[in-house]
Design a protein around this ligand. Sequence first.
Ligand code: ATP
Length: 459
Amino acid sequence: MEDFWQTCSAMLEQELTPQQYSAWIKPLAPLDFEDGRLRIAAPNRFKLDWVKAQFASRITHLASEYWQSPIEVQFVLDPRLNGARKPAPVPAVVSGPLVDMPTEIADRVDIAIDTGPRRDQSKINDALTFDSFVTGKANQLARAAAIQVANNPGVSYNPLFLYGGVGLGKTHLIHAIGNQVLQDRPNVKIRYIHAEQYVRDVVTAYQRKGFDEFKRYYHSLDLLLIDDIQFFAGKSRTQEEFFYAFEALIAAKKQIIITSDTYPKEITGMDDRLISRFDSGLTVAVEPPELEMRVAILLKKAAQEGAALNDDVAFFVAKHLRSNVRELEGALRKILAYSRFHGKEITIDVVKEALKDLLSVQNRQISVENIQKTVADFFNIKVADMYSKKRPANIARPRQIAMYLAKELTQKSLPEIGELFGGRDHTTVLHAVRKIAADRAKNPEVNHELHVLEQTLKG
Ligand SMILES: Nc1ncnc2c1ncn2[C@@H]1O[C@H](COP(=O)(O)OP(=O)(O)OP(=O)(O)O)[C@@H](O)[C@H]1O
């Protein structure tokens, strides 16, 4: 049992982020193993519930594989673990002290509820540099702008606003800027902060009546890197404070770099005066990586891990996983862990096995019907319009988009897709696919829209 637990922990350590691993897996301990039933103890109810929901099936799968027979895994509470194993502290939850706050203020500053492990909120990660950033068509503009800003902070584009879908490298780029500036000018005062943490800082400043100190600190920075600003939505007090900091820094020619999951005008719940300021420097999109770039990323990350990945395998993975770089990294971690665990070389068959869950989820979820429904919902038209013969533009374009996605995301042929769209000819489908692909290549907003749809479809 101990041996299994060591192996299982090692696997999970490969598959998860270090924060996830130390918050959720490290504090667990195997309790006993009897008649095909393994009991694993967790130190408190919160961890117990989270581990059950998030990791039970993976651990069960590993146990069954280890013992070569179906294993039942039970999670039980054992508070003694708290003292015995000194688990890593659970990320702080802000809810407690806020009880004293008048409700109307608490509503305005908002309360961050802890729903799981959080990323390190305020350190520049020295692994995220321009050197470790793979470039392609999708991010070359953003990278060029970031380099320009890193070379001339406060001078060229201020603020620099980077936007794009999840896991596309925005955080990586702003850390890269921070790293380069620190290298060139070690004495500058830089702050990287995730927007959620900034909201919490506002809460703390409120609780301690420390707004003067808060202002003094933020207004004294040379470089402010603020990540995922969409988290400010609906938090008016945070926005107000940020507005003052923004004005002060820009007036003093101090550099601000902001990231968001969408372009400024599309952020809902954000004060108009902030939105217009976000757009007053340079706004650049980070696009989803194209196939060649996905392959390059896989090869580079594998090499960093000291693993040999041949081109065929990299192409296979890149073809199947298209949504974002974080997903690619997760897949690679799984492949490496699987190959080390089983002592097998990385071949396409091994990849298929290692990514079985991931690939089957993708295949299961994306059907033409699912695409039609998702696209119809997105554009607020009826699903029936997807097969109807009507041709007004508000229907025809979503229909073309749905056909394009059907070709992109399913294995169906053009005639099969035509059939599913009300018996249309395959040339109609081909025309739609080409038209949307061309629009996507030249218009970043269309690309963004399609990316959102793809992410939704892939769950
Ligand atoms: N072009 C790239 N080259 C190398 N690694 C990349 C690249 N783009 C992203 N990554 C890696 O992918 C992971 C996810 O990227 P990152 O956290 O920067 O995404 P993000 O756009 O900030 O997403 P989110 O909006 O979810 O915060 C990181 O580990 C990052 O280092």
